[in-house]
Every structure is written in structure tokens, then in C-alpha cells.
Design a protein around this ligand. Sequence first.
Ligand SMILES: Cc1cc2nc3c(=O)[nH]c(=O)nc-3n(C[C@H](O)[C@H](O)[C@H](O)COP(=O)(O)O)c2cc1C
Length: 187
Amino acid sequence: MEDFGIHEGISEVILTTISPDGVPNAAPIGLHRKGGRLFARIYNSKTLDNIMKKPVAAANIVDDPVLFVQSALSDIEPERFEFTDGFPVLKDAMGWILFDCKYKKGKDVSVVELFPIKGKIITRKLLPVNRGFNAVIESLIHATRYVVLKEQKYLKCIKYYNTIVNKCGGAREKEAMRLLYELIGSK
Ligand SMILES: Cc1cc2nc3c(=O)[nH]c(=O)nc-3n(C[C@H](O)[C@H](O)[C@H](O)COP(=O)(O)O)c2cc1C
């Protein structure tokens, strides 16, 4: 896990899964690493449905803010996936890890333990901290809550983080925020 930058705490990745009829899906999910074990806490979603039917998932390590927004708030295009041994991963991932999953179904949230099978490192980029990128991710967390709960407080938080994106982000972060606002139907 260390080689993939997955340390203690929560790492935000894009989890890819596949439906029984072969349709790939992607969604941002936090991987919790604690005491050498790896878990995800997954709310009822396509990702959870897929894992319950085929308990395999790939953690894609991604640095593109637009891909985070697309996979959180819409379906990404089929051509963004490639298949490795019949399982979908993202073409734009910097690396991925394929896991066997064991889940404990809960009413709202299920705990999924992840057991690595294999992984691939495609690129080792140096990624200095960019507050604009981080602010897109924070906004997106609020956006995924806003689309379900429609509470104004989430829009307020998104607006706050958007000021940081405008100050510290580059073109890709600004495009991600434009898309985020479009997909939540605001602005
Ligand atoms: C950075 C980030 C981390 C997220 N982590 C989780 C998570 O750990 N568990 C979860 O259930 N949803 C998480 N979400 C929300 C899901 O990505 C979101 O609900 C998504 O629409 C689910 O898509 P799906 O129905 O295609 O699986 C996260 C969203 C973001 C932006």
C-alpha cells in the first residue's frame, strides 16, 4: 500500500466496479487504512450494488479534478475505462490496485473490507499541494450531499471553496468547478 501512497488515514480514490451485465462504474470513495487493514464505508449506491453482486473493486489513484467531479455527479463515458483481466480501471489513473471485497451490509452504510490482489503504478508524478485541487474535492463532498438533501448550507460551503479554487487553482480546477455547478443545477 505504501508504494501507492495509501497511508494511515483516509485516501480519496476513484473506485471502479462492474455490474453483473458488464457495465463499468466509477465513483470517488475514501479508503480508510487503520492498523494494516483497509476499509471503505459505502452508502447505498451503484458502487455498493456492484460490490454486493461481484465483490471486486479497483482503487484508481487520480489527480484530475474534472474526473472526480464527473464520476461523483454523473456517469463517465465508457471510453474512459480500460479492462485488465476483464475488470475496468480508469485510463487516466496514475496507478490502480485491484481488491477482493468482503462486505457487511448495513441499512444506510455498509462496511467493505478490501484485500489487495494486484496493482500497477503507471506514473510517479511529483504533486505539490495545490489548495485549488483540495478545494474542488471539499466542494464535491458538499455537492454529493446537496444533490441528495437539497439543503442551502451545502451551497454556501461550495461557494466558499470556490473562492479558493479561483485564487489557487489552475484551468483544470476551474473547469471542474464549472462542471460541478452545472451538474448540481446551480448558478
Ligand atoms: C472525495 C469524495 C469521497 C467520497 N467518499 C465516499 C465514501 O467513502 N463512501 C460513500 O458511500 N460515498 C462517498 N462519496 C460519494 C460518492 O462518490 C457519490 O455518492 C457517488 O455519486 C456514488 O456513485 P455511484 O452511485 O455511481 O456509486 C465521496 C465523494 C467524494 C467527492
